[in-house]
Ligand binder design. Structure first.
Ligand SMILES: *Cc1c(COP(=O)(O)O)cnc(C)c1O
Length: 576
């Protein structure tokens, strides 16, 4: 949609804005609402928060997940144990009476919605609808469809994606939310919404009669954000199962539109086919995505994080004092350089104290606040290389003994079917035993929003070691920057844009293009720690404070969802 200003809209410009429908398989709003697993869901929550702050008409649509993703326990031997992570929706959400019905594998499946209202930092409110199939009208199996995030087999997953995409459209209609533009697919999971829109558009004419012109009409309504720079990360469903679940007519319509690849329904292809605007989540990720999907124009909008959500209380107090208005307008953070260094130091000291107290409460281990503390928390999986720092334990011992002591806090869940991710957790556990007190490593179980808030504001350095170019964006380093915590990271994802050497943090390796060389990365990581970071922290603490403050000014002011939302408005939603 291209905005046209005339006199009536000059009088009341908000009348002009239609409502954006934001669909996401996961939305992370609060630690107590177990509807997210990690980065994708947190981004979705922060995006919707930014809509509320800026009074942008937007609604969120996702599934309810009564059993959540999973609660992580780590056994005494260092193995991940997964538990259902149940919660009570009625404690947090309002139920709606509206019921809608979708047709799936020859059955009718009824769906109800629960609503959460996000209150922005000013007067905006963004509703989020959580779809629920646990209704007496449904079969026992269908009642479980909105139980588990990323659980179950491929059939379960396809049924969930039908509920999200097609059920989501039916629910928006039933709720009477009109003038929607555009439909924004946050990753491909919700792409079946395009099929529901096509069906609606065709009406009596039927799906079989759809032409390029009809598909073009749907394309004008949809935008798609891709998050996955790895081909294996894209959802696929074999055609036989797809035909069974969706029925012959709908399946034929998907095949006719060209989104079935090598005998599979490919959700990324579906989303690409039916979107007029597509973007990756960092400048580099857009480029990688253009290489993966050369037939589509793919733009980039770099992710952000919600500043008020991720700034811990000690720094929020400092910003309130020196940069009042920062929550409403994050650009004021650019002037963080005006904050006296002593106040930066004191706010960080309090953040660290809060973190170490919680670590002691959870693990019984009292860590020394004077010791340099490194944080590494994110999904535990191969390409993120949580073991890279631990490649050479003798070298770590030697650096700690000769340059200064350091300790490392780890957290993160491995997907229940990611055996190598689970092995990484076990490896960290074993290394923590063999390094003992020379370099303390602590793995804190059950990474979630509340633990993330403490970690990103309480450590002295945020470490990120992905294998290039597999980190689409990464957002936890942005959260750290808002709390003055510099990053030491491979030049991939957002860090290519956020890195100013020795100013906002440090790079591991000099180049951002090409692939990672593990041996070079390890050497670069140890060398930076040994010759630059630890000496700065222990010998020139005032300069370390200066770097913390620069991280806020340069990166906190830019890598937030307020800037990101403005870019979506300009480039994806309304194109002004
Ligand atoms: C921010 C966040 C993530 C994503 O972190 P990345 O750096 O993008 O991997 C995952 N889980 C939780 C709980 C978070 O808060």
């Amino acid at each position: 949609m291209i905005l046209v200003m005339d006199e009536s809209t000059v009088r009341d410009p908000r009348k002009l804005l239609p409502t954006v429908a934001y669909f996401s398989m996961e939305i992370g709003l609060d630690s107590a609402i177990h509807t997210y697993s990690g980065g994708l869901g947190i981004l979705a929550g922060d995006t919707l928060r930014a809509a509320a702050d800026n009074v942008i008409p937007m609604v969120g649509v996702t599934l309810l997940y009564r059993k959540g993703y999973f609660r992580q326990e780590i056994s005494a031997e260092g193995y991940q144990i997964e538990h259902p992570d149940t919660w009570n929706p009625a404690d947090h959400l309002e139920p709606y009476d509206h019921k809608v019905k979708i047709h799936l594998d020859g059955r009718d499946v009824w769906i109800q919605a629960w609503r959460y209202r996000i209150h922005g930092v000013t007067h905006g409110i963004t509703p989020v609808y959580f779809l629920d199939t646990d209704l007496p009208e449904n079969s026992d199996y269908d009642r479980t469809l909105t139980d588990s995030l990323y659980g179950g087999d491929n059939y379960y997953r396809l049924c969930q994606e039908v509920v999200l995409g097609m059920g989501g459209i039916a629910m928006l209609r039933s709720l009477g939310i009109h003038r929607i533009h555009p439909y924004h697919m946050n990753e491909g999971h919700s792409a079946l919404l395009t099929l529901a829109l096509l069906e609606e558009h065709m009406g009596e004419r039927g799906l079989a009669a759809a032409t390029d012109k009809d598909r073009h009409a749907i394309r004008q309504e949809c935008v798609f954000t891709t998050h996955t720079p790895v081909p294996a990360g894209h959802d696929q469903f074999d055609m036989e199962m797809t035909r069974r679940v969706l029925g012959a007519e709908r399946c034929a319509a998907l095949e006719a539109s060209g989104c079935c690849v090598q005998g599979n329904l490919n959700m990324t292809s579906l989303a690409l086919t039916f979107s007029h605007y597509v973007n990756g989540v960092a400048m580099r990720h857009g480029e990688i995505s253009r290489g993966m999907f050369p037939h589509y124009p793919i733009d980039s909008i770099t992710n952000g994080v919600h500043a008020a959500m991720w700034t811990a209380p000690p720094f929020a107090e400092v910003y309130n004092k020196h940069l009042p208005g920062w929550k409403r307008d994050n650009l004021y953070l650019r002037h963080a350089l005006s904050i006296p260094l002593a106040e930066v130091r004191e706010a960080h000291r309090r953040g660290k104290e809060n973190l170490l107290q919680e670590v002691q409460r959870r693990s019984g281990v009292a860590l020394d606040p004077k010791v340099f503390t490194i944080g590494f928390a994110r999904r535990m999986t191969g390409y993120k290389r949580p073991d890279l720092l631990l490649s050479n334990p003798d070298r770590l011992r030697q650096i700690a003994a000769q340059v200064g002591p350091f300790q490392v806090l780890y957290a993160g869940k491995a997907h229940p079917r990611d055996e190598s991710g689970k092995a990484l957790i076990h490896f960290i556990h074993q290394m923590s035993r063999s390094l003992d007190h020379q370099v303390r490593l602590l793995f804190i179980p059950d990474y979630n929003i509340s633990l993330a808030k403490l970690l990103v504001s309480g450590v002295d350095l945020w470490l990120n070691t992905p294998q290039k170019p597999q980190e689409a964006s990464g957002t936890s380093g942005m959260k750290a920057a808002l709390n003055g915590v510099p990053s030491l990271s491979v030049l991939d994802g957002w860090w290519i844009e956020g890195h100013l050497e020795g100013v906002t943090g440090w790079s591991i390796g000099e180049e951002w293009d090409g692939e990672s060389s593990p041996a070079q990365d390890i050497e670069a990581l140890y060398r930076k720690l040994e010759t630059q970071i630890l000496p700065l922290y222990y010998q020139r603490p005032e300069e370390y404070d200066r770097l913390m403050r620069a991280a806020i000014a340069h990166n906190g002011s830019f890598f937030n969802t307020q800037r990101m939302m403005l870019q979506y408005l300009k480039n994806a939603y309304y194109m002004f």
